[in-house]
Design a protein around this ligand. Sequence first.
Ligand code: UAG
Ligand code: ATP
Length: 511
Amino acid sequence: MPIEVLSLKEIPAVSITGVQQNSRKVTPGNLFVAQVGDMVDGHKYIPEAIKKGAAAIVGSEALEGKFDVPYIQVSDSRAASAYLSAAFFGFPARQLTVIGVTGTDGKTTTSNLIYNILLQAGYPTGIISTVNAVIGDEILDTGFHVTTPDAPEIQRLLSRMVTAGLRYVVLETTSHGLAQDRVTGCEFDVAVVTNITHEHLDYHGTYEAYRAAKGRLLDYLAETAPKKHGNPRVAVINRDDMSYEYLRQKPVENLVCYGQTSNQATIWSENICFDACGLHFDLVSDTFRLPIVSPLVGDYNVSNILAAAAAAIYGLGIDPPVAARGVAAVHGIPGRMERINLGQKFTALVDFAHTPNALRKALETARRLTKGRVIAVFGSAGLRDREKRHLMAEESARLADISIFTAEDPRTESLDDILAEMAAAAAKVGAEEGISFFRVPDRGDAIRFALQMAKDGDLVIACGKGHEQSMCFGTTEYAWDDRIAMRAALAEFLHQPGPQMPSLPTSRKSA
Ligand SMILES: CC(=O)N[C@H]1[C@@H](OP(=O)(O)OP(=O)(O)OC[C@H]2O[C@@H](n3ccc(=O)[nH]c3=O)[C@H](O)[C@@H]2O)O[C@H](CO)[C@@H](O)[C@@H]1O[C@H](C)C(=O)N[C@@H](C)C(=O)N[C@H](CCC(=O)O)C(=O)O
Ligand SMILES: Nc1ncnc2c1ncn2[C@@H]1O[C@H](COP(=O)(O)OP(=O)(O)OP(=O)(O)O)[C@@H](O)[C@H]1O
């Protein structure tokens, strides 16, 4: 969508050293773009930005003439920040084939699968995802709980990729990122939507608004001008998901549908088998049939593999056998169904399921991996979609033998209140406190409690934190890693040397 300049007729030539939308990051010579946020109005930080040396300001309010540096009023300062950042770095996305992956669940997994297929094909590729950003040999942290960085940071990363000689980038793209124009100017060539279920309704308000935000990834395809590489623009959508009917109405040049059956799908799976060691199935289209073998577990990963294979084969022209080899090379994604094994006689897993749909899939998978009981440990984040904590507690009450509700980034909400809401939801579907569900506020204690209860052959799964390295209490991030916590607790029980259990404010209080 074009951005209108509402103030100056003639924009003065100002030489700038970068674009920032956060005054705290401004350095001398930067262009500061003021945005109206949910918490504060960024226009109030203009004086601070100027004090730090901003050479010019862009904003959406009529403030022309109020400052000593040029002020340019625009109709949409979020989109402006993205376009200006792209322009500052010389529109790096135009030098790259950009693959965007969105969806409620499976974005990181699908992004990593595509990334590995591209590497297998010998294409120089970068990735920006929840777990990290990778540029050649360099692995960069994208920050606490951040998936899609802000526009200036994305454009900086893309520019570094171009400089490093990369030609492809896989960009994990969240609904927040799409709604806030963080990926405007990314000039997508391939757009993948894994699924759209209940999540982030605190932010988007309704499922329809959330779906529309995700759908924007497909709209970007139509806006992308032809690039030098001349690849077709392709949208990849999931025939099995409730978003299918909505997404297939989008006016995209090339639509590819994948599904676990051949029904209306371009590419589908047959003969799916999975166990604790991984999965295999036949990847089928009208023109080929190919065996796929993957160390990933869970039939939802069949969908993720189908999405990645569809993007690679139909969007990027990669031969199906190369795609199959790329899939086989992905041995696991950190914190996704990650097995913690210190020789104990039951299974211990850490998984990143933190939506009702993901939790259901994770617990259904867990059920198929054990003949014993499934013991689930998880919580629900504070200051995020409140409805989801009820849905997740209900799912677990139905699918796990024992659910242990615990801390998961309570932020400034009361942890006890969150746990009370989860307990009420579990009780509503017939679960009994003290028998099939428990509230253990400290996450380290919750993990210990679960492991203590586990008998030979049972399965303990800690969901919701996955690879994450911190947990937020109040406004402070405390060092936390579920995998370390689980290893520490197992080592305690097995009287083996092991890591120290990380300490959270809840454990300090109870100590
Ligand atoms: C809810 C949400 O998405 N918030 C994002 C939004 O913030 P906001 O509009 O509320 O910003 P604000 O704090 O009111 O500030 C308004 C403006 O003033 C500026 N400011 C603010 C303070 C200051 O001192 N100086 C200053 O210039 C801010 O940079 C901003 O431009 O716009 C900011 C600038 O682009 C984002 O950094 C911020 O992400 C915050 C950090 C965040 O936590 N977002 C999460 C929810 C998020 O985006 N998560 C998804 C993953 C979700 C998933 O798990 O699927 C992600 O992509 O990471
Ligand atoms: N296709 C899928 N459908 C449902 N659940 C899935 C799917 N893929 C993964 N999951 C579940 O979601 C969890 C997170 O997977 P993944 O990181 O790939 O998703 P994500 O969309 O990137 O999550 P986030 O939005 O937090 O980055 C997994 O640990 C698994 O429990």
